[in-house]
Structures are given as C-alpha cells and as structure tokens.
Design a protein around this ligand. Sequence first.
Ligand code: AMP
Length: 213
Amino acid sequence: MNLIFLGPPGSGKGTQSSKLADLIGLDVIATGNILRDEIKNSSKLGVIAKSYVEKGDLVPDDLILNIIKNKVKNINSFLLDGFPRNINQAIELERMLSSIEKKIDCVVNFEVPDDILVKRILGRYVCKECKEVYNSFFKDTKQKNICDICGSNQLEKRIDDNEETLRNRMKVFHKSNNELCDFYKKNNLLISINAIENENFIFDKLKKLLKIN
Ligand code: AMP
C-alpha cells in the first residue's frame, strides 16, 4: 500500500506515520525530516535548503522531486509525509510513479483548526536520535530531558518551530492544500480525518478508514 498524508504543520502526520509504519511495515518518506538532516550535516542540499526551511518557504520543487525519485524507486510500500506540497509536485509524482508502474492507493488529509496547531507547534520538541515527538503543553518526557523511547538526552526543537516561521508555514499550507485535495478527490483517493483528538483515538480512526485491523 502506498499512501500520502496531507495536513498542516502540527496536525500529527508524523506521529501517525510512525505508528502506522510500526504496525504494517511501510517506509515513511518525510521530506521535512530529510531536509533537516541534510541541513544538520551541511550537505550541498542542506546548505541550499536551510534558508527556505528557516523562513517556512517551500524548497524548490526540483530538489524535492529528486529526493522522492531516489527513494520511491527502491521501496515496495511507502508513506509520503509532507509531500506533495503543491500541485506541480503532485503531477510530477504521478508521472514518476507511472513510469515505474507504481501508484498511490490512498491520500489522507489531516484536519486541525489553526489555533490548536499553534500550541502543538510551539510546544513541540523532538528526540534527535529516534525522532519521537513530545510537547511541553501536552506530552512531556516522563523523566526530564530523557527520551521515553530510546533513553537519549538529545532532545531539541526544530529550527522552524518558532512563531514567525510558523505564521508563514500556515500561509504556505493554506495556499495550496485545497487545490491538492481537489486533485486527489477527482481521482477518488482522498479521505479526510478530523485530527484534533488524542493520538491513539486518531490512530484507531485511521486504521478503520484504511481498513487495517
Ligand atoms: P515539515 O517538517 O513537513 O513541516 O517541513 C519543514 C520544511 O521543510 C517546510 O516548511 C519546507 O521549507 C520544507 N519542505 C518539506 N517538505 C517539502 C516539500 N514537499 N516541498 C518543498 N519544501 C518542503
């Protein structure tokens, strides 16, 4: 099964992706995580991407499409988290997949009102090692500064989880998400999920919608 998760920053796509990957063994391709790693490693791609990510703007399509192309051709079942972000990326993805005889089976649109997203993002911090996501308002680590999952003390905020960048990320999201949803609705692939409840409740809903037991 090949899936796409659409939704604003902080809508829980990343959390639900890793839960689903654990359950059914999908490979998650999260373009935001890939870019943040490239930025940390100061790779050629990272150096270019940094200024876009810091401002909350989209990284140029050709760079992103290159990442996706290299990943999807070697994977059986994948979940795209954070891609596509605009209609051009969606069209190029279709073209790329049909050339390797693959297709998208379902697109899930995570819906959360903007005011809830702000608290989720500004409180968010992440384990550098295993990428588990925490939140200082809703879900702190059990032991201060120690990851519950892998025991690492490398907990950090994302470089773009600040108020100013968030405002732009929301603007960028709203600019193209309706168009993306219409694109996938026309192809009968879109399902929407109200994603304001807690993560286990949402995961149960997601499994039902995807007909996974
Ligand atoms: P995310 O972690 O998905 O919220 O992405 C963080 C940032 O990475 C975004 O604000 C963009 O700057 C960049 N980014 C992630 N995915 C894409 C994409 N598909 N196209 C362009 N830029 C992206």
